[in-house]
Write a protein that binds this ligand. Structure first.
Ligand SMILES: [Zn+2]
Length: 425
């Protein structure tokens, strides 16, 4: 190939996304997810990842990772801010199927876990036996705010929306109710991809945990984001509940105090759906990003990483994830206030290497995610990232000495078992 053409082809090659291999507009990709407290502008992949992979695939995976994964609750407890710094910082939150507390005298009621692990009992109407309705919940907003929201929602027409689970793109069942002067009637029910501007969410009421002393009452509650939700058993009609709710605020009146008393150490029950496959995809993506950042783009473009990139993008092939036993954990000397990740290589065959990343988030379990079994010899020593997630600062080291000088590891890792691992098996 003439020199000019060869240069041209290298330039062309450099224009493609390191993940999908396509030539599309790039967007800056954080080496380590910003939502994990790593919004450090010095650690970006520039002109390497296309906007489609970044926003279309990775952002969605990361949102699930932040809000519904083994690290979601640790993030909520330990990390003061999500993405961004200062005034623009977001507050971490989690996605639960339900969060409930046992509250006297009404039994199990709706709650929300917020930043710092703080528990808020949500303001709610409880639909009790014998047509009784109780008003209960915490005081993070005034009772007036809740009643005003109820009155604003309980108009002559209400749309009750239920999100259909596990459907991409999102679809909703929208049921419309009309008030006839005495009660709400269902007038239509349709499945649609769009949300009505005003809505009451519908959530299924599952069986209470075995520890709960009483059966759980259906409830109409207000989440901390202001949305009203009706939680009723899947087979129950929403109309009669809405009718009871419409009549309830006048029963209580705004003047009446909240039948609520503070309580110490409530028993909390959180139910969360976790997709471990997507969890592994995010860890593997951090690994490939880290490779591209520490060992340069060309090394990360090698076909040895094609299989893992496809697994990350498509979510169809398995990703090998292993928990590192405590006695082999190299990170025990690193404080819990730091995430730590290390690229690790062991010889595989024919001069090639197993490439993987050892990672620990929020001082939790240390895990190994496998990235390749035929990587080229790495151009540098073991790369280590230490992330101060409270302050969005990342530090990188290239040898145990410099790393150890800051956070001396107690034990070096023992990866013998990984040498025996082969994806061919
Ligand atoms: Zn791409």
């Amino acid at each position: 190939m003439p020199k000019k053409a060869r240069e041209m082809s290298q330039v062309e090659q450099a224009k493609t996304c390191i993940y999908c291999g396509l030539s599309r507009p790039f967007s800056d990709e954080h080496v380590f997810p910003a939502g994990l407290g790593a919004d450090d502008r010095r650690f970006l992949l520039k002109d390497m990842v296309c906007g489609v992979c970044n926003s279309g695939v990775f952002s969605k995976l990361e949102t699930k990772f932040m809000r519904a994964s083994p690290v979601a609750i640790a993030r909520l407890y330990f990390q003061p801010t999500g993405r961004g710094k200062g005034k623009k910082a977001s507050i971490p939150s989690i996605n639960t199927n339900s969060t409930i507390v046992f509250l006297e005298p009404h039994g199990v009621v709706e709650a929300e876990m917020t930043a710092g692990g703080k528990l808020i009992t949500l303001l709610q109407l409880l639909f009790l036996e014998d047509d009784k309705v109780a008003l209960t919940g915490g005081d993070h907003v005034g009772i007036d705010v809740f009643l005003d929201a109820l009155i604003a929602a309980l108009e002559n027409q209400i749309q009750v929306v239920e999100k259909i689970k596990d459907v991409v793109p999102s679809r909703f069942v929208v049921e419309t109710f009309e008030w006839d002067g005495a009660r709400y009637h269902s007038v239509s029910r349709e499945t649609t991809p769009t949300l009505p501007p005003k809505r009451v969410w519908r959530e299924p009421l599952a069986s209470p945990p075995a520890a709960a002393a009483t059966a759980r009452a259906p409830t109409l509650y207000q989440r901390t984001d202001g949305q009203l939700c009706l939680r009723v058993p899947p087979s129950t009609q929403a109309g009669p509940m809405l009718t009871r709710a419409r009549k309830a605020p006048s029963v209580f009146g705004k003047q009446e105090g909240v039948p609520y008393s503070d309580f110490a150490n409530p028993s909390v029950h959180i139910s969360m759906t976790i997709d471990m496959k997507d969890y592994a995809r995010v860890l593997a993506k951090i690994g490939v990003n880290f490779v591209a950042h520490a060992y340069q783009e060309q090394y990360a473009r090698h076909h040895a990483f094609n299989r893992i990139k496809t697994a990350i993008l498509e979510g169809l092939s398995p990703i090998w994830l292993q928990t590192i036993p405590k006695q082999a954990d190299a990170f025990t000397g690193v404080p819990r206030t730091r995430h730590v990740a290390m690229l690790h290589f062991t010889k595989s065959r024919a001069g090639r290497f197993h490439a993987g990343m050892v990672i620990r988030l929020y001082g939790g379990t240390t895990q190994y995610v496998h990235l390749s079994e035929n990587a080229l010899q790495p151009p540098d020593g073991p790369a280590i990232l230490v992330i101060d997630y409270e302050n969005h600062r990342i530090e990188r080291f290239f040898d145990w000495g410099s790393f150890g000088a800051v956070y001396p590891p107690n034990v070096l890792p023992d990866f013998k078992t990984l040498d025996e691992f082969s994806l061919d098996g």
